[in-house]
Design a protein around this ligand. Structure first.
Ligand code: ADP
Length: 191
């Protein structure tokens, strides 16, 4: 089995692209944001814990997120591998992921980063907020806080993966199909 990390700022299009890529490469798509929202909707303990952070545009603590991710991986060992979206978002999560993949015998093939300008992304998220029903998409201050979290905690992962020779950046501006094409070209060289 293989694992690919789809990396990018909030609103970069990770979820949209993952929908195409998971079918193409027979991967289980794990979006930590989606798993949290599913738990919030269903009123689980995990959902209640996560909601307090998500609603403020803050990251959910590593311990909660890492345990959840490990459970999702254990439940989905039936495909050719995993496409992670929204995980890792901190160095501690990236280290936990390395350990987990080693334990499970899953080969980490690379991180593909979708790049786009902050102002384009904030506008996209506000637009998405009109229909997504997500509280964290509707308030510009919460959105800005997600970018602060990204810059502080998540951006250092680019160097983390570059140092390991497993980071490839892809231009995230263009049509959905164009970007799927760019990502597929990179993934084809990784697997
Ligand atoms: P976006 O990429 O637009 O921010 P996500 O659905 O990926 O949307 O994430 C929504 C929220 O869920 C984040 O703002 C954060 O609060 C929480 N979250 C998602 N993934 C993680 C993670 N790996 N670590 C901590 N918090 C996370």
């Amino acid at each position: 089995m293989i694992a690919i990390v789809l990396f990018g700022k909030p609103g970069a299009g990770k979820g949209t692209q993952a929908e195409f890529l998971k079918g193409k490469y027979n991967l289980t798509h794990i979006s930590t944001g989606d798993v949290f929202r599913y738990n919030i909707k269903n009123g689980t303990d995990l959902g209640t814990q996560a909601k307090a952070f998500i609603d403020k545009g803050q990251l959910v603590p590593d311990s909660i997120t890492i345990n959840m991710l490990a459970d999702e991986v254990a439940k989905n060992m039936d495909k050719a591998g995993f496409l992670f979206d929204g995980f890792p978002r901190t160095i501690a999560q990236a280290e936990a992921l390395e350990k987990l993949l080693t334990e499970k015998g899953i080969k980490f093939v690379g991180t593909v980063g979708l790049e786009a300008d902050d102002e384009v992304l904030v506008a996209r998220i506000l637009e998405r907020g009109k229909t997504s029903g997500r509280a964290d998409d509707q308030d510009e201050e919460k959105i800005r806080n997600r970018y602060r979290e990204y810059n502080e905690n998540t951006a250092p992962l680019i160097k983390f993966y570059e140092d390991r020779g497993v980071f490839t950046a892809v231009n995230g501006i263009g049509s959905i199909e164009e970007i799927t094409g760019r990502l597929s070209n990179v993934i084809d060289t990784l697997i």
